[in-house]
Ligand binder design. Structure first.
Ligand SMILES: NC(=O)c1ccc[n+]([C@@H]2O[C@H](COP(=O)([O-])OP(=O)(O)OC[C@H]3O[C@@H](n4cnc5c(N)ncnc54)[C@H](OP(=O)(O)O)[C@@H]3O)[C@@H](O)[C@H]2O)c1
Length: 343
């Protein structure tokens, strides 16, 4: 069936300027890491993308290795671009990344110029696009000079493969170095993509959040829902079909009685605010202008509708914030809870 985007889509979403740049991003962005591989029906993927766009979510985040199998999320998204989003390319912000293992041999991962540029070309081909809006170095590579990795990002922009560049999971110190190199090259660092949620606050401990504000670099917080923990999903234990039952990225062992008691406490606070727990978790990440956008994932369209609704209340009282800290004062859950240099 032909898809026509909702006419009122832009009135439903809040847009925030990404750092000092001219680019605005939706307060909620949609990532295709999970549930976009071979195991998910194409119609479900289409419905999620359509629902996101209908709610003003203009930013779709991908990476070379999203699937499984690696590459299949970009292929599926390419098909959706070609069917449902044909004619809307200029209304979309599409990102991709390279850094994690993608192909065998010495050129299939990390931060060399060889890997980043080849991988970017592969991503463009899989998605069937001429350029991506944002291309990231997915992780810091201690064995490649930062000048080489940043030089490759600069080349990717100058050669027309991307409009902007970003870095993901770099710590505060490396971020300063990377941003300085990019500035000298004339391709400013648009955005940083770190993990961040109520249970994982490494960006505060590390000083990254302050650094990004100081440098005027925007940020997109991934796993704002702690992979689903910060939703109503696990309040009664681990439900069948949830991420915790499916793969090792969300450790079911982390969902202890103590964790569930904390989640229930957080859920009570969310209800008192007139929000679902997912909405409050997203609002918390966005509570000050330090984070530009919350990068959610989903397994069904209704979750995206719920998450997009977070923008109707992004303000917290001091009392609410301190009550949240009693239940979620950085539980130290290791869900990408560090910078890529520490893993
Ligand atoms: N840069 C990096 O290194 C990196 C690493 C990881 C992720 N990311 C990016 O961040 C994106 C988001 O990551 P994530 O999927 O872990 O984020 P998340 O938003 O923390 O978790 C998404 C999961 O939460 C559950 N969920 C979402 N909305 C819900 C709702 N309203 N009610 C109940 N449950 C809900 C779903 O779980 P079920 O599947 O159980 O239904 C969904 O799959 C990725 O797609 C990717 O783009 C980047």
């Amino acid at each position: 069936m032909t898809y026509t985007p909702a006419a009122d889509r832009y009135s439903k979403m809040t847009y925030r300027r990404c750092g000092n740049s001219g680019l605005k991003l939706p307060a909620v962005s949609f990532g295709l890491w999970h549930n976009f591989g071979g195991a998910t029906a194409h119609d479900t993927k289409r419905e999620m993308c359509q629902t996101a766009f209908d709610h003003g979510i203009t930013h779709f985040d991908l990476a070379n290795n999203y699937g499984p199998p690696a590459g299949s999320a970009e292929e599926a998204f390419g098909e959706i671009l070609n069917t449902d989003f044909k004619g809307y390319r200029d209304e979309l912000i599409i990102s991709s990344k390279a850094g994690y293992h993608m192909w065998d041999g010495p050129y299939g991962e990390m931060g060399s110029r060889k890997y980043l540029i080849s991988s970017c070309d592969q991503s463009l081909k899989r998605m069937g696009v001429d350029y991506v809006d944002i291309f990231y170095s997915h992780r810091f590579d201690p064995d490649t000079p930062l000048e080489e990795t940043m030089g490759a990002l600069d080349h990717i922009v100058r050669s027309g493969r991307a409009l902007y560049v970003g870095i993901s999971s770099y710590n505060s110190e490396r971020t300063r170095e990377a941003a300085a190199i990019l500035k000298d090259l004339g391709t400013p660092c648009l955005i940083h993509q770190p993990s961040y949620n109520m249970l994982n606050r490494w960006v505060e401990r590390d000083g990254l959040k302050d650094t990004l504000n100081e440098l005027g670099v925007g940020s997109i917080a991934f796993t704002p829902l702690a992979q689903g923990l910060l939703t109503k999903k696990y309040l009664g234990g681990i439900p069948e079909g949830s991420r915790a039952t499916q793969d090792s990225s969300l450790d079911a062992g982390a969902i202890t009685d103590e964790m569930i008691a904390s989640l229930k406490g957080l859920n009570d606070i969310a209800e008192a605010r007139g929000q679902t727990l997912a909405q409050m978790a997203i609002a918390w990440v966005l509570r000050d202008e330090g984070i530009t956008t919350a990068l959610i994932g989903a397994s069904k369209a209704s979750q995206i509708v719920d998450c997009a609704g977070a923008v109707s209340n992004l303000d917290f009282t001091e009392k609410e914030l301190s009550e949240i800290d009693k239940f979620a004062g950085d539980k130290g859950l290791n869900l990408w809870a560090t910078s890529s240099e520490d893993v």
